[in-house]
Design a protein around this ligand. Structure first.
Ligand code: PGA
Length: 248
C-alpha cells in the first residue's frame, strides 16, 4: 500500500485529482470507478476545475459507480444518480451514455446486479477505482461480514450506515434499508485503487484498514491484499496510525 499524508482535506483532494489526471493523460479512454459521499466532493471539484481550465477532457472516459440505494429514483435528491449528476457529470464533457450507476428503481434487483457486473466486464473492467471508507469499514456498501468473493449484489444496510447517512434525509426512517453495491471482488479487480479519508472520525477506521487484521468483519482491510492501492489521508484521519505515511 502506498500512502500519502496530506495537511488537510483540500490537499488530499488535490493529490487524488493529480493521480487521476496523470492516468487520464496516459489513457484518455480511462474507466473510472466512482464513489459518492462527502469525501470525494473536493476531488470532483478539482477535476471540474481542471476541465474548465481545459487541462482535462472526459470525452472518452467511462465511469461506473459503486452503489445505489434501492427504491430511490434518478430524480430523488438523495439518489446517487442525482449526486453524481449534480456534483460531477453535468459540469464536464462526459458522454452520459458512458456513465453507469445501478438502477435503484429496477423491478428485478437480482437481474440488475447481474447486468451491472456484466457491463463492467464488457467495458474491460475498471482502471482506477476511487473509494471512501465507512466508519464500520465498509467500501461501497459492502458492510461488515460481506464475503470477499462477492460480485455486484443487494445489501441490507447496517444501522450505523443508515445513521451516518440520515443527515441527508428528513428522518432516519426515510433512509433506504437496501442498496445495490459492487462486490468486494468487483472492487478488488480494479487495476488501481485510491482510497481517500479525511477527519478525526475516520481515524480508527483508517487504523484498522492499514494496520488491522484482514477480515470480513472489516471489509476495507481486504485492500491490504491489492497490488496497487494508494491511501490518501489528511492528518486527522492518519492520527491513530503507528507508522507515519509519506507526506505530500
Ligand atoms: P463519507 O462516506 O464520504 O460521506 O464519509 C464514506 C462511506 O460511507 O463510504
Amino acid at each position: 500500500m502506498k500512502t500519502y499524508l496530506a495537511e488537510d482535506y483540500e490537499q488530499m483532494s488535490a493529490k487524488a485529482a493529480e493521480i487521476i489526471k496523470e492516468q487520464l493523460v496516459n489513457k484518455p479512454s480511462l474507466t473510472l470507478g466512482l464513489a459518492t459521499g462527502a469525501t470525494p466532493l473536493g476531488l470532483y471539484k478539482k477535476l471540474i476545475s481542471e476541465y474548465q481550465k481545459e487541462q482535462l477532457s472526459f470525452h472518452d472516459v467511462k465511469t461506473v459507480n459503486l452503489d445505489e440505494y434501492l427504491g430511490l429514483s434518478k430524480n430523488d435528491v438523495n439518489s446517487y444518480y442525482h449526486f453524481m449528476y449534480e456534483n460531477f457529470f453535468r459540469h464536464i464533457n462526459i458522454n452520459p451514455n458512458h456513465t453507469h450507476i445501478p438502477n435503484g428503481m429496477t423491478e428485478d434487483p437480482q437481474q440488475e446486479c447481474k447486468q451491472y457486473e456484466q457491463m463492467i466486464q464488457s467495458i474491460g473492467g475498471i482502471d482506477l477505482q476511487v473509494l471512501g471508507i465507512g466508519l464500520n469499514g465498509h467500501i461501497g456498501f459492502n458492510e461488515p461480514g460481506s464475503s470477499f468473493d462477492c460480485s455486484t449484489h443487494i445489501v441490507q444496510l447496517d444501522k450505523s450506515t443508515r445513521q451516518a447517512n440520515a443527515r441527508f434525509f428528513p428522518a432516519i426512517e426515510d433512509v433506504p434499508t437496501e442498496a445495490i453495491t459492487m462486490g468486494i471482488k468487483t472492487i478488488m479487480n480494479a487495476r488501481q485503487i485510491i482510497l481517500l479519508a479525511s477527519g478525526a472520525k475516520k481515524a480508527e477506521a483508517v487504523r484498522r484498514l492499514m494496520e488491522g487484521k484482514v477480515e470480513a468483519q472489516f471489509p476495507a482491510s481486504v485492500l491490504q491484499l491489492h497490488p496497487n492501492v494508494c491511501i490518501i489521508l489528511d492528518k486527522d484521519a492518519a492520527s491513530l496510525l503507528r507508522e507515519r505515511s509519506t507526506s505530500l
